[in-house]
Design a protein around this ligand. Sequence first.
Ligand code: ADP
Ligand code: MG
Length: 672
Amino acid sequence: GFFSNDSLQQQRKQLPIYAGKDAVVDLVRENDVTVLIGETGSGKTTQVPQYLLEAELAGSGMIAITQPRKVAATSLASRVAFEQSTSVGSLVGYSVRFDEASSSSTRIKYVTDGMLVRELLGDPLLSRYNIIIIDEAHERTLRTDLLIANLKTILQARNGSASVNRTGDKGKGKHKMPGNYNPLKVVIMSATLEAEKFSKFFGGVKVAYIKGRQHPVIIYQTTSSQPDYVDAALRTFFQIHTDQPPGDVLIFLPGQEDIESLEKSIKMYANQVPKDSLSILICPMYAALPPSMQTRIFLAAPVGTRKCILATNIAETSITIPGVKYVIDTGKCKEKRYIAKQNGTGFDTLLTRDITQSSAVQRAGRAGREGKGFCFRLYTEDTFNALPLTAEPEICRCTLASSLLQLRCLSQNLEEVDFMDKPDEESIYFAIKTLVLLGALDTHKTLTPLGRKMAAFPLEPPLARALLAASDLGCTAEVLTIVSVLSTSAKLFVDSHDVRDAAVEARRKFRHLSGDHLTVLNVVRAYEDVSRSEGKAGRKDWCRKMFLNERCLAEAMSIRTQLRDVCERHQVDWKVGLREHEGSDGDQGLILRAIAQGLVQNAAFLQPDGSYKQAMGHTMIKIHPSSSLVDKKVPAIVYDELVYTTHVYARGVSAVPKNFITETQILRQRTG
Ligand code: ADP
Ligand code: MG
């Protein structure tokens, strides 16, 4: 048949990495650490784990392969399971936050770097794994850097100190095995050529280069800058579509909002193109896309159809989509960045910003995988030349509180860890301050029992704190629900311009006077009632009518189930709640008190001019238009996050009694 195993195995043999199979296997067999560089699409991520398993280099242990992104981990695991003629969760599995598919027979596991850090907390030598592959190492995410630093010490503990860079040793009998640990193999994989740093970090280990099969790509640049890059992408797409021969188009955009807006515009204009041209199949690709939609992008478009993939930088190196001949590069990406440092507290926010030269080169390369390609950069040559060569590692630009908490659980300190790039002192100071404010560390920076408990939850420290505060206050059930919704990847409310009035009207039903957190709780309660009375179909219908995103609610329910498990394992009774006294304001106040304890750093006070000023900083904030508190003036608020557009907006806002925050000021004095 079309997908016969023979043809699939044939496909595998055609990948560039296949020619280097024996060389890669030998290198890994002979060295504790290997760095492997190969162009995107050469087969590193899908093939190397299979090669190492076939060569029996994992012994009786597992192979872990890390990915910075959840979607990449799950979709690659499915692909490799398919290549092994099994279903995902058996021989080949994955483990990402709030989702896992593995069993006792799993030998190859695709994991997010964050999940592997989490495993480290319970198993500091990662003893379940005999091979750990750090993939997409060039992205230098905070968790990847944390793992790389820890792997260096794990290698020493498991393989003996002189283990790194041992060449010529065929691995027979020379291993010094302290305790009962199996020796560990580490492979660092990257799509870009900056391999030296990784090699040096491990004491000068060997670097293998996989030759790619890149075809020439002709690059066009604009002559003037294009501030409206979505519009420029739209025009460029239709120029390609009407003038150029068949071939799929891959458009790089910074995030989901732009992808959705461009998708809409393309659909609108598609009717106006001449009838005899190809029809258009739009495939969006971003982190929060439901899995069923993700698999679609790998399928070939029917004859007479041009596939148009709208993707974030996930399609830059981590996922290779076949059939692409044209790339449109807006030159933008979203980047997590720590801001407002000078204000005494920090927080991460996603900012749309210019990409790096290295990204631009990767993006263009996506057009030349199967033949001659074309890349349309929506920026000028001067702009390109002014771009930074590579991105700053995340460890230098993100908040470190959650990593610090995890390190403290391993009795490590941020200052002492041997990182490839060290975080600056100020960031370390703020991380400590955050954890002291949350009660996870005492003022001597010692981990408290509360801190250890917080670290057990796969949540950012503020949300873990809110949950544990709720357990003290007797409203765990409610806060667990709120925290679950806040941890989803999708938005709860459907925000469509065409239906704004209707949506606002529908939403009014759930609105809680205190703000968005209790509004969320009202939504979930109503959703659960409808689920009970009207079942799956009725629930779906109801969500549509109420302009609620059912996927968000379904995801929240699944997250809540998993968080309940974590609660049970750590003696937190998640059933304790306020339901019996529902309606009483005093009790609802307990929920807000728990939320405020978690979001202590995100508090702000009303100013005479109607804006809000951070309680622990100096930033002036407005309430985001999407908030149910938008037109209210209340003395004090706490919020989930800040977004930067024309103003600094607080999103996910609740009004809290001012005295909740006075407590935080006392804390502030305590920490100085
Ligand atoms: P690399 O890691 O070197 O960038 P990969 O191993 O990710 O390369 O990809 C190798 C090949 O596998 C590519 O041709 C890619 O298109 C294909 N591939 C990866 N995932 C899927 C999938 N889910 N469905 C179909 N093909 C896939
Ligand atoms: Mg890869």
